[in-house]
Design a protein around this ligand. Structure first.
Ligand SMILES: [Fe+2]
Ligand SMILES: [Fe+2]
Length: 276
Protein backbone atom coordinates (compact mmCIF):
# COMPACT_ATOMS: atom_id res chain seq x y z
CA UNK A 1 0.00 0.00 0.00
CA UNK A 2 1.66 3.28 -1.05
CA UNK A 3 -1.01 5.55 0.44
CA UNK A 4 -2.66 5.02 3.81
CA UNK A 5 -5.86 6.97 4.50
CA UNK A 6 -6.81 7.46 8.13
CA UNK A 7 -9.84 9.30 9.54
CA UNK A 8 -9.61 10.63 13.09
CA UNK A 9 -12.77 11.14 15.08
CA UNK A 10 -12.79 12.18 18.71
CA UNK A 11 -14.92 12.96 21.73
CA UNK A 12 -18.02 11.23 20.46
CA UNK A 13 -19.32 11.01 24.08
CA UNK A 14 -21.90 8.41 23.17
CA UNK A 15 -24.75 7.31 25.44
CA UNK A 16 -28.03 5.73 24.43
CA UNK A 17 -29.98 8.58 26.12
CA UNK A 18 -28.22 11.37 24.18
CA UNK A 19 -29.89 11.22 20.78
CA UNK A 20 -28.28 14.38 19.33
CA UNK A 21 -24.80 12.92 19.84
CA UNK A 22 -25.89 9.61 18.35
CA UNK A 23 -27.30 11.52 15.34
CA UNK A 24 -23.95 13.27 14.85
CA UNK A 25 -22.18 9.89 15.07
CA UNK A 26 -24.47 8.51 12.36
CA UNK A 27 -23.65 11.48 10.08
CA UNK A 28 -19.95 10.73 10.66
CA UNK A 29 -20.59 7.05 9.93
CA UNK A 30 -22.28 7.91 6.62
CA UNK A 31 -19.31 10.09 5.65
CA UNK A 32 -16.93 7.24 6.54
CA UNK A 33 -19.04 4.88 4.46
CA UNK A 34 -18.83 7.29 1.49
CA UNK A 35 -15.06 7.92 1.79
CA UNK A 36 -13.90 4.45 2.99
CA UNK A 37 -10.58 5.28 4.73
CA UNK A 38 -8.25 2.38 5.55
CA UNK A 39 -8.68 3.03 9.28
CA UNK A 40 -10.73 5.11 11.72
CA UNK A 41 -9.12 6.20 15.00
CA UNK A 42 -11.25 7.53 17.84
CA UNK A 43 -8.88 9.51 20.07
CA UNK A 44 -10.97 9.18 23.21
CA UNK A 45 -14.05 10.22 25.18
CA UNK A 46 -15.75 7.55 23.17
CA UNK A 47 -18.53 7.33 25.77
CA UNK A 48 -20.41 9.99 27.71
CA UNK A 49 -19.64 8.62 31.17
CA UNK A 50 -17.71 5.32 31.07
CA UNK A 51 -16.45 5.31 34.69
CA UNK A 52 -19.99 5.29 36.13
CA UNK A 53 -21.88 3.69 33.25
CA UNK A 54 -20.54 0.56 31.60
CA UNK A 55 -23.64 0.76 29.37
CA UNK A 56 -22.32 3.99 27.81
CA UNK A 57 -19.06 2.24 26.86
CA UNK A 58 -20.97 -0.76 25.51
CA UNK A 59 -23.26 1.48 23.45
CA UNK A 60 -20.25 3.40 22.06
CA UNK A 61 -18.43 0.17 21.16
CA UNK A 62 -21.52 -1.19 19.44
CA UNK A 63 -21.79 1.91 17.22
CA UNK A 64 -18.08 1.83 16.34
CA UNK A 65 -18.29 -1.88 15.51
CA UNK A 66 -21.03 -1.04 13.00
CA UNK A 67 -18.72 1.27 11.02
CA UNK A 68 -17.85 -0.21 7.62
CA UNK A 69 -14.04 0.09 8.09
CA UNK A 70 -11.60 -1.09 10.80
CA UNK A 71 -11.47 1.09 13.90
CA UNK A 72 -8.94 1.68 16.67
CA UNK A 73 -9.72 3.50 19.91
CA UNK A 74 -7.94 5.27 22.74
CA UNK A 75 -9.41 6.06 26.14
CA UNK A 76 -10.38 9.58 27.24
CA UNK A 77 -11.10 10.97 30.71
CA UNK A 78 -14.81 10.29 30.19
CA UNK A 79 -13.98 6.62 29.50
CA UNK A 80 -11.56 5.77 32.36
CA UNK A 81 -11.25 8.90 34.58
CA UNK A 82 -8.78 11.77 34.64
CA UNK A 83 -5.12 12.48 35.51
CA UNK A 84 -3.99 14.00 38.79
CA UNK A 85 -1.93 17.17 38.19
CA UNK A 86 0.61 18.98 40.38
CA UNK A 87 -1.14 22.36 40.21
CA UNK A 88 -4.80 21.76 39.36
CA UNK A 89 -7.70 20.55 41.50
CA UNK A 90 -8.03 16.83 42.25
CA UNK A 91 -10.14 15.24 39.50
CA UNK A 92 -13.70 14.31 40.48
CA UNK A 93 -13.21 10.93 38.81
CA UNK A 94 -9.50 9.96 38.89
CA UNK A 95 -8.26 7.31 36.44
CA UNK A 96 -7.95 3.94 38.20
CA UNK A 97 -6.79 0.46 37.24
CA UNK A 98 -10.36 -0.75 37.76
CA UNK A 99 -11.78 1.79 35.28
CA UNK A 100 -9.00 0.96 32.83
CA UNK A 101 -9.76 -2.77 33.07
CA UNK A 102 -13.42 -2.04 32.52
CA UNK A 103 -12.47 -0.14 29.35
CA UNK A 104 -10.20 -3.00 28.20
CA UNK A 105 -13.00 -5.52 28.66
CA UNK A 106 -15.54 -3.51 26.67
CA UNK A 107 -13.53 -1.57 24.08
CA UNK A 108 -10.15 -3.33 23.80
CA UNK A 109 -6.51 -2.19 23.93
CA UNK A 110 -5.71 1.21 25.41
CA UNK A 111 -2.40 1.47 23.50
CA UNK A 112 -1.20 0.24 20.13
CA UNK A 113 1.48 0.43 17.48
CA UNK A 114 1.28 -0.47 13.81
CA UNK A 115 3.21 0.43 10.64
CA UNK A 116 1.73 1.51 7.28
CA UNK A 117 3.10 3.20 4.16
CA UNK A 118 6.55 3.65 5.69
CA UNK A 119 5.16 5.28 8.85
CA UNK A 120 5.10 4.09 12.47
CA UNK A 121 1.81 4.85 14.29
CA UNK A 122 1.67 4.83 18.09
CA UNK A 123 -1.46 5.28 20.24
CA UNK A 124 -1.11 5.90 23.98
CA UNK A 125 -3.37 5.97 27.01
CA UNK A 126 -2.74 9.55 28.24
CA UNK A 127 -5.07 9.35 31.25
CA UNK A 128 -2.97 6.97 33.34
CA UNK A 129 0.01 9.34 33.08
CA UNK A 130 1.00 10.78 36.47
CA UNK A 131 -1.32 8.38 38.35
CA UNK A 132 1.39 6.03 39.65
CA UNK A 133 -0.80 2.98 38.91
CA UNK A 134 1.04 -0.09 37.61
CA UNK A 135 -0.11 0.26 34.03
CA UNK A 136 1.52 3.71 33.78
CA UNK A 137 5.03 2.28 34.19
CA UNK A 138 4.14 -0.74 32.01
CA UNK A 139 3.06 1.60 29.22
CA UNK A 140 6.30 3.61 29.40
CA UNK A 141 8.33 0.36 29.26
CA UNK A 142 6.27 -0.79 26.28
CA UNK A 143 6.76 2.59 24.58
CA UNK A 144 10.55 2.45 25.09
CA UNK A 145 10.59 -0.94 23.40
CA UNK A 146 8.36 0.16 20.48
CA UNK A 147 10.34 3.35 19.84
CA UNK A 148 13.57 1.35 19.79
CA UNK A 149 12.07 -0.56 16.85
CA UNK A 150 10.91 2.47 14.81
CA UNK A 151 13.98 1.88 12.61
CA UNK A 152 14.21 5.48 11.41
CA UNK A 153 10.63 5.62 10.14
CA UNK A 154 8.66 8.85 10.60
CA UNK A 155 6.40 8.54 13.65
CA UNK A 156 2.81 9.63 14.39
CA UNK A 157 1.57 9.84 17.98
CA UNK A 158 -2.13 9.61 18.83
CA UNK A 159 -3.36 10.38 22.34
CA UNK A 160 -6.45 11.92 23.95
CA UNK A 161 -4.89 14.98 25.56
CA UNK A 162 -2.68 17.40 23.62
CA UNK A 163 0.92 17.68 24.83
CA UNK A 164 0.81 21.49 25.24
CA UNK A 165 -0.79 24.71 23.98
CA UNK A 166 2.13 26.21 22.02
CA UNK A 167 5.55 24.93 23.15
CA UNK A 168 7.01 22.19 25.37
CA UNK A 169 8.12 24.95 27.77
CA UNK A 170 4.58 26.26 28.42
CA UNK A 171 4.15 26.46 32.21
CA UNK A 172 1.62 24.11 33.75
CA UNK A 173 -1.02 26.41 35.28
CA UNK A 174 -4.02 25.63 37.45
CA UNK A 175 -6.69 26.83 35.02
CA UNK A 176 -5.53 24.60 32.15
CA UNK A 177 -3.47 21.77 33.71
CA UNK A 178 -6.32 19.33 33.09
CA UNK A 179 -6.28 20.15 29.36
CA UNK A 180 -2.80 18.75 28.57
CA UNK A 181 -0.64 15.71 29.38
CA UNK A 182 0.40 16.47 32.99
CA UNK A 183 3.93 17.21 34.12
CA UNK A 184 6.37 15.62 34.78
CA UNK A 185 5.15 12.90 32.39
CA UNK A 186 4.75 15.40 29.54
CA UNK A 187 8.47 16.13 29.63
CA UNK A 188 9.30 12.39 29.87
CA UNK A 189 7.19 11.75 26.79
CA UNK A 190 8.67 14.64 24.80
CA UNK A 191 12.20 13.45 25.67
CA UNK A 192 11.39 9.88 24.57
CA UNK A 193 9.95 11.01 21.24
CA UNK A 194 12.96 13.30 20.67
CA UNK A 195 14.91 10.08 20.00
CA UNK A 196 12.78 9.25 16.92
CA UNK A 197 11.56 11.13 13.85
CA UNK A 198 8.25 12.38 15.32
CA UNK A 199 6.30 14.32 12.65
CA UNK A 200 2.70 14.47 13.89
CA UNK A 201 0.86 14.50 17.23
CA UNK A 202 -2.90 13.98 16.87
CA UNK A 203 -5.13 14.55 19.89
CA UNK A 204 -8.70 15.37 20.95
CA UNK A 205 -10.13 16.29 24.38
CA UNK A 206 -10.40 20.09 24.02
CA UNK A 207 -13.46 20.07 21.73
CA UNK A 208 -11.78 22.75 19.62
CA UNK A 209 -10.11 22.34 16.24
CA UNK A 210 -6.50 23.46 16.12
CA UNK A 211 -3.55 22.82 13.80
CA UNK A 212 -0.06 24.22 14.33
CA UNK A 213 3.56 23.25 13.79
CA UNK A 214 6.31 23.65 16.35
CA UNK A 215 9.88 22.79 15.27
CA UNK A 216 8.83 20.46 12.43
CA UNK A 217 6.24 18.62 14.52
CA UNK A 218 2.64 19.19 13.45
CA UNK A 219 0.02 19.17 16.19
CA UNK A 220 -3.56 18.46 15.12
CA UNK A 221 -6.38 18.80 17.64
CA UNK A 222 -9.43 17.01 16.32
CA UNK A 223 -12.72 18.66 17.26
CA UNK A 224 -15.42 16.66 18.99
CA UNK A 225 -17.61 14.68 16.62
CA UNK A 226 -20.48 15.29 19.05
CA UNK A 227 -20.64 18.71 20.76
CA UNK A 228 -18.99 22.07 21.38
CA UNK A 229 -18.53 23.99 24.65
CA UNK A 230 -19.66 27.61 25.08
CA UNK A 231 -17.22 30.49 25.64
CA UNK A 232 -18.82 30.99 29.05
CA UNK A 233 -17.62 27.52 30.07
CA UNK A 234 -14.32 27.32 28.17
CA UNK A 235 -11.92 29.89 26.67
CA UNK A 236 -11.67 29.96 22.89
CA UNK A 237 -8.20 28.84 21.73
CA UNK A 238 -9.14 27.16 18.44
CA UNK A 239 -12.20 26.71 16.25
CA UNK A 240 -15.36 25.66 18.06
CA UNK A 241 -17.20 23.34 15.71
CA UNK A 242 -17.97 19.64 15.43
CA UNK A 243 -16.19 17.66 12.73
CA UNK A 244 -13.39 15.20 12.03
CA UNK A 245 -9.90 15.05 10.48
CA UNK A 246 -8.73 13.11 7.43
CA UNK A 247 -5.08 12.15 6.81
CA UNK A 248 -3.29 10.71 3.81
CA UNK A 249 0.11 9.17 4.51
CA UNK A 250 2.62 8.42 1.78
CA UNK A 251 6.21 7.35 2.34
CA UNK A 252 7.88 10.41 3.91
CA UNK A 253 4.92 12.84 3.52
CA UNK A 254 1.37 13.40 4.74
CA UNK A 255 -1.64 15.64 4.14
CA UNK A 256 -4.30 16.81 6.61
CA UNK A 257 -7.89 17.78 5.75
CA UNK A 258 -10.23 19.42 8.25
CA UNK A 259 -13.72 18.17 7.53
CA UNK A 260 -17.30 18.30 8.76
CA UNK A 261 -19.49 15.38 7.74
CA UNK A 262 -22.61 16.39 5.80
CA UNK A 263 -25.45 16.90 8.30
CA UNK A 264 -23.16 17.01 11.36
CA UNK A 265 -24.63 19.70 13.65
CA UNK A 266 -23.04 21.94 16.30
CA UNK A 267 -24.68 20.71 19.50
CA UNK A 268 -23.79 22.95 22.48
CA UNK A 269 -23.00 21.32 25.82
CA UNK A 270 -25.25 23.66 27.85
CA UNK A 271 -28.17 22.73 25.60
CA UNK A 272 -27.32 19.05 26.01
CA UNK A 273 -27.10 19.21 29.82
CA UNK A 274 -30.23 21.40 30.05
CA UNK A 275 -32.29 18.82 28.20
CA UNK A 276 -31.01 15.75 30.03
FE1 LIG B 1 -14.43 15.19 25.41
FE1 LIG C 1 -11.55 14.52 27.29
Amino acid sequence: MTEFRLTQISDTHLARRLQKLTDNFHRVGEHIDATRPDLVVNSGDISFDGPTSRADLEFAKELHDALPVPCRHLPGNHDIGDNPTAVGPVPKQPATEECRKNYLSVVGNDRWRFDESGWCFIGLNSLIMNTGIDSEAEQFDWLTSELSRANGKPVVLFLHKPLYLNTPDDPEIESSAIRYVPQPRRKNLIDMFAEVDLRLVASGHVHQRRDFTYRQIRHVWAPSAGFVISDAMQERIGIKEVGLVEYRFQPDSFEVRHVRAPGQTDVWLDELIGRQ
